[in-house]
Design a protein around this ligand. Structure first.
Ligand code: BGC
Length: 762
């Protein structure tokens, strides 16, 4: 026995040992000792604060510095390590390396929410393809993305990584993303499976959810990705479901994911997720990342004392071996470390345009006309946000600020504010950092945004005099570990004062004001949206943000993004707000887990609203919203005609003709909602079933969009039968420009159908 050079693996190297890739996988598994298997299913470990290091959001130094993890090599069997790295707004690795002059920057693409706001699956696929190229060329094998947990509540700190309050938008967007990335022969890890809808106490929170809400809302998107894009891996979530960690639930990881949906790949934990390695193996959660010594002991002991069947462990080992076999590293891919960052900067700039949502545009303020000189207000204009924080951050070479974007677009920006803002932001940031100094989480949390700066009335007066227009940017940032707070949802008193002071002064002079929202999630808009002349929801658009915003403002392209979630009037209007943590305290520790003291929304969260998430709730209540799900303005107008639908019992086919009736070229995203006939089950007023986007239509041009989906997808989940049930009757198909702007309707008769599934997930 000896220690192999590649790692702390005990082995007895011998010529006769079967080699991965040459011998069948079963033979390799057979040749492994119990100890080797237990080592193999846990990752290579990672520094934690308790060993004096500070890296927690996944970094490893070997193979690809800054990657989140690696698998363990077993040289005697020809098994190499492969590399796993984050996602999802671009690859996250270290940009520089010790003793190396080269740089390893990655492209910061738009955040997930912006990609979902494009309602354009082809575009998302092409962005995924560029991301995957960076993954491949930087020597990474599995990209830990996409992330598609449901936007259950606006305050989830990681909503920016996720897509939508609707599972069809989430699932279709994620499937397109996976197809794009995997075109490069690298893997994805679809995360976080499942119900990871809050950050507060995320490693111990128990999500208590009915099987119906799970099947229809929280699992549906994952089901779509698995069936439509064949991801190489899935990452289980940190939280528990109805009392048991998701990574330890065999019904979730094996019965539903593999047996019902046909998933063929490998499952891994989230970093340090779960508390029982043997239970994870039995569940079919093949790989435990980043791995700790105690997990090795748990597995070996469980096999020895008979509580874990070695056959379960063998299956996990086999599935990791199959993953390694398809990896670029195993195939010996000679990566260049030189992805085409220039081409990808163009991809991120262009793709961001389609996900920005025009919320207000009084008197056709946008695109800008006769505007040359621009006064820019709001700290965020000078400190543009590319994306959120935590593992979803990307080490990019630069971020184009709004100021630079405007200048690049040929505008004269009033420079008199620049130094004032920059000095103010630097001072406020230092103060915020100092206030957080003792907090062990501080290094991983977003630095609080500066309190908004209020220019004096003399400063504003001079801005009015010297400029044709004012732009105010408001920013919000959030990320891993921490949920947002109700205060973060509202505009602050200073932000409101700034808006009033600037608009009053500019309007008096007959000049306009545009608000840009550089945010990662939903904020309050109802109380102030009518004050400025236009509001552009730019989201966090990646490293080219300032250029992308300018392209929209100047009319290089019409906005065509639509909201993948509702903007409520009040935060508490959401049904989920009754059962969501609002305290602004992470309640998590890195090396230990919080002791369960039964605190509501922290130790457990009741998903009391069931399936009534987002528009399903607002429609049921007939409640006023600030902006409905699916909403977004354009620089042109569209007319919908000839709505038709047919159903052959297997497939529903719906089509509608969309004509550009305005004077600006643009694209339109059409949403197909279904209203079911009366049923013994409580049903939403309507539910999205499909969507499509036109090509860029010239004024007067039209296009017929055809959308199809399986008739079986009209079903609701009946818990009493544990079955998906389609009721017989007349279904209404609604063609919407948004969920509250239905432009065409057709009906079809549908016969009853029932599909039984396993009675699990309780
Ligand atoms: C995050 C995952 C991420 C992993 C590795 C965890 O903290 O929840 O999304 O992939 O770290 O960095």
């Amino acid at each position: 026995m000896m220690i192999c050079a590649a790692g702390a693996v005990l082995c007895g190297c011998s010529q006769k040992d079967p080699q991965l890739g040459k011998a069948p996988v079963d033979k390799i598994v057979k040749a492994m000792t119990l100890e080797e298997k237990a080592m193999f299913v846990i990752g290579m470990g990672m520094e934690t604060p308790d060993n004096g290091q500070t890296a927690v959001v996944g970094t490893t130094e070997d193979l690809v510095p800054g990657a989140a993890g690696t698998t363990r090599a077993i040289p005697r069997l020809g098994i190499p390590s492969i590399v796993l790295a984050d996602g999802p707004a671009g690859l996250r690795i270290n940009p520089t390396r010790e003793g190396d002059d080269a740089t390893y920057y990655c492209t910061h693409f738009p955040i997930g929410t912006l990609l979902a706001s494009t309602w354009n699956q082809e575009l998302v696929e092409s962005v995924g393809e560029s991301m995957g190229q960076e993954v491949h060329e930087y020597g990474v094998d599995v990209y830990l993305a996409p992330a598609l947990n449901i936007h259950r509540n606006p305050l989830n700190g990681r909503n920016f990584e996720y897509y939508s309050e609707d599972p069809i938008v989430a699932g279709k967007t994620a499937a397109a993303y996976v197809r794009g990335v995997q075109k490069n022969d690298v893997g994805t890890s679809v995360k976080h499976f499942a119900y990871n809808n809050q950050e507060t106490n995320r490693t111990a929170n128990d999500a208590r959810i009915s099987p119906r809400a799970q099947r229809e809302i929280y699992l549906k998107g994952f089901e779509i990705v698995v069936k439509e894009s064949d991801p190489w891996t899935i990452m289980t979530s940190y939280n528990k479901l109805n009392g048991t960690y998701t990574s330890q639930r065999r019904d979730l990881v094996t019965t539903v994911l593999r047996d019902e949906w046909g998933f063929k790949g490998t499952v891994m934990t989230d970093w340090y997720g779960g508390d029982d390695a043997a239970a994870q193996m039995h569940a079919g959660n093949d790989m435990i990342q980043p791995g700790r010594a105690s997990q090795y002991d748990q597995i070996v002991n469980a096999v020895k004392n008979g509580t874990l069947d070695e056959a379960d462990l063998d299956l996990c080992v086999k599935r990791i071996l199959n993953l390694i076999l398809r990896s670029p590293r195993f195939k010996g891919y000679a990566y260049s470390n030189k992805p085409d960052l220039t081409a990808h900067a163009a991809v991120t700039r262009q793709s961001a345009l389609e996900g920005m949502v025009l919320l207000e545009n009084k008197n056709a303020t946008l695109p800008l006309k006769n505007v040359k000189n621009v006064a820019v207000f709001g700290c965020t204009s000078y400190d543009f946000i590319a994306g959120g924080t935590g593992s979803g951050n990307v080490n990019r070479a630069y971020t184009v600020s709004l100021l630079d974007g405007l200048k690049n677009g040929g505008y004269n920006v009033d420079e008199s504010f620049k130094s004032i803002y920059e000095k103010y932001i630097a001072e406020e940031t230092e103060k915020a950092k100092a206030a957080n100094a003792g907090d062990p989480l501080a290094a991983f949390l977003p630095v609080p945004r500066p309190t908004e700066y209020l220019p004096t009335s003399a400063q504003i007066a001079s801005a009015v005099k010297n400029n044709d227009l004012a732009i105010i940017t408001y920013g919000r940032n959030s990320g891993e570990f921490l949920d947002r707070t109700p205060a973060d949802f509202e505009l602050s008193a200073q932000e409101k004062t700034l808006l009033k002071n600037v608009t009053d002064a500019f309007h008096r002079a007959g000049k306009k004001v545009v608000v840009v929202l550089n945010v990662g999630g939903v904020i309050e808009t109802a109380s102030w949206k009518n004050i400025p002349d236009a509001v552009l929801l730019a989201w966090q658009a990646g490293q080219e943000g300032g250029n992308s915003v300018t392209d929209i403002l100047s009319g290089k392209q019409s906005p065509s993004g639509k909201l993948p979630m509702t903007f409520p009037v009040n935060l508490m209007d959401h049904a989920s707000s009754k059962n969501f943590p609002m305290g602004g305290d992470a309640k998590i520790y890195f090396t230990e887990r919080r002791v369960d003291v039964g605190e509501k929304d922290v130790d457990y969260t009741n998903y009391e609203e069931g399936i009534y998430v987002g528009y399903r709730w607002f429609d049921k209540q007939n409640m006023e919203v600030s902006y409905p799900f699916g909403y977004g303005l354009s620089y042109t107008t569209f007319d919908y005609s000839n709505p038709t639908v047919s159903n052959d019992g297997k497939t529903v086919t719906a089509s509608v003709t969309v004509k550009n009736t305005g004077s600006f070229e643009g694209k339109e995203a059409v949403q197909l909602y279904v209203s079911a006939p009366a049923s013994s089950l409580d049903k939403p007023v309507k539910e999205l079933k499909a969507y499509a986007k036109t090509k860029s239509l010239k004024p007067g041009e039209e296009q017929t969009l055809t959308m199809t989906f399986a008739t079986a997808d009209l079903a609701s989940f009946d818990e009493s039968k544990s079955a998906w049930v389609v009721d017989a009757g007349t279904y209404k198909f609604l063609f919407g420009a948004s969920s509250r702007d239905i432009r065409g309707e057709a009906t079809a008769e549908v016969a009853a159908q029932e599909t039984k599934v396993n009675d699990v997930l309780k």
